[in-house]
Design a protein. Structure first.
Lengths: 242, 546
């Protein structure tokens, strides 16, 4: 089977980009976009369908089995992991492959996702003292530990803009691990920050619902963490009234 | 001046807050080192080509060993020590292994206290069976233990990032090590986003993982773990130890461009290996090894798989049968493993046996370090998979994450205690468009073929000798420095295997099928003098009294 891969090529942030088409041939129905990109880059000369010799395609990959989130990109307009998308899923053997658009481009399919980590820092996602998983909170903490920080959910989110006050689900998920375990004043402080950075900004569009490549139960985690935040507010009001 | 306790590594020092340690690698070993330094108030830089979320450590599945004895089996550090030494066929430094095993409960409890979502019962971590160990000793989180530990450590380190004690360089590749007169004074890194070169002074801890670039397509690990840092260290005069010991994990399956792991946890929870013999399933491990059966150490299982696959009376394909596992095991302990088999193999392991074969999973050898994780170069340290420590001739499942976390702590403690001056110097070049972002994932195909053909589960001297000669000719004609360095490291692996004329652990020589303690219960040490590689054998330290 022959596939035509229309790949966004852009040398750096300061130059204009364009699509270049590359031919990729395989007999296997299970070849992923990541495997195809790897193979194209292994060629001595990478030639597009117009006969131009081009540089290696810049993209990020690490695990190649949807455990690390490195290879998040837009494939036919949908944010997903290249290692989790088979060429055979394409219509008529043609795929359009672009970088995530909400993050500054570095080159080709490679973007700078530092804002995700900056937001986690701004939200002060850490515990000041020991925290423990126990039989009660274990499943929530496990689920909330699984975020790849790939950025797919942010790409589709109508409320997230890099540098804005809403940090998106990539902050909600790891925050939920800490909210499930932290106690006392530091937990209340975290819930306040969570309220500002997550609850207040989420428009509940649910655009992210089926996007997470790790299949994290985003709605379940958010419902639980939001409830914990609301309970804090409620208890605060109750204490005030007493 | 702050005085803090370097929790977990037993040191206490005064620090000015200006000193710096450079950690190359942000996986378990690197994060553990950074956390240890952060807690001690020592400034460090955490350098990695991608953020921690992309490190190979997130792929680690089965679990982490510690004799926590939460299952009421009277387990103890002594038994963990004995299993680790026996599993490594007595090639590991017994003092280091004792440190590892005796501190393992403390290490895992430290991770647990960070909120690592290990599976619990009555508030304490549950332990599962793992290969080469009779007692339940492996704490776990389904088959995503590495990811769960990485999340807990990443959050914990973030606190010290905020304090300014840990500075991340999260899109930076190691370019060179500054080594003069046997001392490491810093390193250069490439900023892959800005295409600049940054010179950083200070001591260096390498925590850069295994050497997957030598075996393209054959490994279960990450494409990021090329082994380039180890190769760079090697050509800069850093010793490599026991490089011939490469772990083939018995249960993997191929996907395009790599191999996928079926965690040992599958067998720990009751999975059974079989091959069709005369048309009927033969559970060869259970028949040959009645005591541990499918949970023999990985070197033994992989060797047996190779043997039965080549048995003329057998069907050639080995299967892992997990169809007898309880529904609760699938739901609570292995749901992610099941999803992976369905997703990448198209087979539901709860319904149908999965075809498996051995694949390269771990490098027991690597940068030669002492008990304190020092290399032969002053102020250069190594920890985690890039280092040769703890695992001898064969690593037990569950000991890699333990070795990485504990090794990171020890390396950080040693580095902190050996800081001699303010090392905050930092200089950045102008951007240079010629700096390449992308690099080849593996060595060139001809070199890869040499490695593949001569460093399988069974090896022989004649083939290895030819491989060494052929590799040298490829090195001589290679102009690319990166590939040349990798191939020089590859040649050291071949020479280690050629030089070890015995069979032990993951190194099986068909021409020397017996273990030879008298001549070879020693550490292979390889060093490159700029022109040639010298390989010798060094005595293993005697175990001290406890």
């Amino acid at each position: 089977m022959k596939y035509l891969l229309e790949i966004w090529r852009q040398k750096n942030r300061d130059t204009a980009g364009s699509y270049r088409t590359y031919m990729y041939e395989t007999d296997s129905a299970s070849v992923t976009v990541a495997a195809a990109l790897s193979e194209l880059n292994e060629k001595n000369e990478l030639t597009d369908t117009d006969g131009n010799i081009t540089e290696r395609i810049a993209w990020e990959c690490s695990c190649l089995q949807k455990k690390c989130g490195a290879c998040a990109m837009l494939i036919d307009g949908r944010p997903c992991l290249a290692c989790d998308t088979r060429l055979s899923e394409s219509k008529k053997g043609r795929l359009r492959i672009e970088p995530l658009r909400k993050f500054p481009i570095i080159a080709d399919l490679m973007v700078d996702r530092q804002i995700i980590f900056d937001d986690l820092m701004k939200m002060q996602l850490w515990a000041e003292s020991d925290i423990f998983a126990d039989d009660r909170n274990n499943s929530v903490m496990y689920e909330a530990s699984r975020c790849l920080q790939c950025g797919c959910c942010l790409e589709v989110c109508p409320n997230f803009a890099a540098g804005g006050g809403f940090y998106g689900m990539s902050a909600m998920v790891p925050a939920s691990r800490l909210i499930a375990a932290m106690k006392g004043r530091s937990a209340n402080d975290l819930k306040k920050r969570y309220g500002r950075a997550v609850t207040d900004g989420c428009g509940k569009s649910l655009a992210c619902r089926n996007i997470c490549p790790a299949g994290i139960d985003i709605e379940g985690l958010m419902a639980r963490s939001n409830a914990a935040v609301l309970w804090r507010l409620f208890s605060g009001l109750r204490d005030k009234n007493q | 001046m702050k005085k803090r306790n370097g929790s977990g590594c037993g040191f206490e020092i005064d620090l000015s807050g200006k000193t710096a340690v450079n950690i190359v690698g942000a996986g378990l070993a690197g994060l553990s080192a950074a956390l240890t330094l952060g807690r001690a108030g020592v400034r460090c830089r955490l350098i990695s080509p991608m953020p921690s979320e992309r490190a190979q450590s997130v792929m680690a599945e089965g679990g982490i060993n510690a004799s926590l004895d939460t299952m009421g089996e009277n387990d103890s550090p002594v038994q963990h020590f004995e299993d680790t030494m026996r599993g490594g066929v007595y090639l590991a430094d017994p003092n280091s292994v004792w440190n590892l095993c005796s501190k393992a409960p403390e290490t895992v409890n430290m991770l647990f206290s960070l909120g690592a979502a290990l599976r619990t019962e009555n508030g304490r971590p549950v332990l599962r069976n793992f290969g080469g160990q009779k007692k339940k000793r492996t704490a776990y989180a389904k088959s995503s233990t590495g990811k769960i530990l990485m999340t807990a450590l990443t959050d914990a380190v973030r606190r010290y990032e905020a304090e300014g004690l840990v500075k991340r360089y999260p899109h930076h590749r190691l370019a060179s090590l500054e080594i003069n007169d046997g001392e490491c004074t810093g390193l250069k890194v490439i900023d892959l986003h800005k295409r600049t070169v940054i010179s950083l002074s200070g001591s260096v801890i390498l925590a850069s993982g295994g050497m997957n670039s030598l075996f393209p397509g054959m490994t279960t690990g990450s494409a990021l773990n090329t082994g380039d840092a180890a190769a760079l260290a090697f050509v800069s005069g850093v010793e490599i130890a026991n490089p011939e010991f490469i772990q083939y994990h018995p249960t993997t399956f191929p996907i395009t461009g790599k191999r996928c792991l079926v965690s040992e946890a599958a067998r720990g929870e009751g999975g059974r290996l079989f091959i069709l013999r005369n048309g009927k399933p033969w559970y060869f491990m259970e028949e040959k090894y009645p005591e541990l059966g499918n949970l023999m150490p990985r070197d033994v299982v992989s060797r047996e798989i190779e043997i039965v696959k080549n048995d003329k009376n057998c069907g050639g394909k080995v299967f892992l049968d997990m169809t007898g596992l309880d529904r609760s095991v699938w739901e609570n302990k292995l749901s992610d493993l099941r999803d992976e088999c369905i997703g990448y193999l198209g087979t539901d392991p709860a319904e149908k046996p999965v075809e498996v074969s051995p694949g390269i999973h771990y490098y027991m050898g690597g940068i030669n370090v002492d008990e304190h994780h020092r290399t032969n170069i002053s102020r250069l340290y190594a920890a985690g998979e890039c280092a040769c420590q703890y695992h001898g001739a064969n690593r037990l499942g569950g000991n890699s994450m333990l070795g990485a976390v504990f090794g990171g702590q020890v390396a950080a403690g040693t580095a902190a205690s050996e800081i001699i001056a303010d090392n905050t110097g930092e200089e950045e070049s102008e951007p240079d468009e010629k700096i390449a972002i992308m690099q080849p994932v593996g060595i060139p195909e001809r070199a890869a073929r040499i490695m593949r053909d001569s460093l399988g589960i069974f090896r022989d001297g004649e083939r290895l000798y030819g491989a060494v000669k052929e590799m040298q000719s490829l090195i001589d004609s290679e102009n690319d420095t990166l590939q040349r360095n990798r191939m020089i490291l590859g040649k050291a692996v071949l020479l280690g295997a050629l030089n070890r004329k015995e069979s032990r652990g993951a190194h099986t020589r068909t021409d020397y099928p017996e273990r030879d303690d008298e001549n070879f219960r020693k550490t292979t040490v390889a060093v490159f003098d700029g022109k040639e590689i010298k390989v010798g054998l060094r005595d293993i330290p005697e175990k001290r009294g406890e």
